[in-house]
Design a binder for this molecule. Structure first.
Ligand SMILES: Cc1cc2nc3c(=O)[nH]c(=O)nc-3n(C[C@H](O)[C@H](O)[C@H](O)COP(=O)(O)O)c2cc1C
Length: 204
C-alpha cells in the first residue's frame, strides 16, 4: 500500500533571518600572468548560493536553542539552530551543524555539557535574540538548570542535555555529534517552525 502521509499546514508569519550560507562569497584567484580575478561561488562550485538556499529552504524544520554555561564567564550562552536532527538510539546520539563563523560555538564547545532546547512557537523572540552576534544572549530569558547545570529555557517544548562526542569539518560548517545524557519534555504547546526563510506554526 502506498504510504500516504497526513498533510499538515504550515502558517508562515513574515520574513525572518536566513541560515544556510552567508551570501555569495567572492574569492580571488591568481592568474598565470600574476594578476588576480574575482570569481563567485557559482563559478567555483557550479551551484549558486541563492539557489542553494532557496531550494534547501523548502525543507521545513523546527528550531532549537543550543545552550551552555560559558566556561569563560560562568554565565549562560547559546545560539539558534535549525540543523538539528536525531541520529541514533543505541547509543543515544543527536547532531547539528555550526558555521565556522560562529562566535558562540567555541564557548559551547568548551563547556562540559550543552543543552538542546526545542523551541515553541511563542519563543520566536528568544530564537531571534540567540541568533544575534554579541550582546547579552540571555537578557530577559528565564532558565533553570539541567541535571548537570546547563540552561533549560523556560517555555521550551523539550530539552536534551548532551556531551559533544565528535565533530567533523564539512565545508563552511562543522557537523557536531552529541551524546544525550538526560532529556525530558518540558512545556506543552506548538513548535516554532522555519520554512522558506520565515517562521510559522504547525496546524496539523
Ligand atoms: C532559524 C535560525 C536557524 C539557524 N540555524 C543555524 C544552524 O543550524 N547552524 C548555525 O551555525 N547557525 C544557525 N543560525 C545562526 C545562529 O543562530 C547565529 O546567528 C550565528 O551562530 C551567529 O551568532 P554567534 O556568532 O553568536 O554564533 C540560525 C539562525 C536562525 C535565526
Amino acid at each position: 500500500m502506498a504510504h500516504a502521509p497526513t498533510a499538515a499546514a504550515v502558517t508562515v508569519a513574515g520574513p525572518a533571518d536566513r541560515h544556510l550560507g552567508h551570501g555569495t562569497e567572492r574569492r580571488m584567484h591568481g592568474s598565470p600572468n600574476g594578476s588576480s580575478r574575482a570569481t563567485t561561488d557559482a563559478q567555483v562550485t557550479g551551484i549558486d548560493g541563492a539557489r542553494f538556499r532557496s531550494v534547501l529552504g523548502r525543507f521545513a524544520t523546527g528550531v532549537v536553542a543550543i545552550t551552555a554555561i560559558d566556561p569563560a564567564t560562568g554565565g549562560p550562552t547559546g545560539l539558534a539552530a535549525n540543523s538539528f536532527t536525531s541520529v541514533s538510539l543505541e547509543p543515544p546520539l543527536v547532531a547539528f551543524c555550526v558555521a565556522h563563523t560562529s562566535t558562540t560555538w567555541p564557548r559551547l564547545r568548551g563547556a562540559r555539557r550543552i543543552c538542546i532546547n526545542i523551541l515553541s512557537e511563542p519563543q520566536l523572540r528568544i530564537c531571534k535574540q540567540l541568533a544575534l552576534k554579541g550582546g547579552d544572549k540571555f537578557a530577559d530569558i528565564g532558565w533553570t538548570e539541567s541535571p548537570s547545570g546547563s540552561p533549560v529555557i523556560d517555555g521550551a517544548l523539550a530539552w536534551l542535555e548532551c556531551e559533544i562526542e565528535n565533530t567533523h569539518v564539512a565545508g563552511d560548517h562543522v557537523i557536531v555529534v552529541a551524546r544525550v545524557h538526560h532529556l525530558d519534555q518540558h512545556h506543552d504547546g506548538d513548535p516554532l517552525l522555519f520554512y522558506r526563510g520565515t517562521y510559522g506554526r504547525f496546524s496539523g
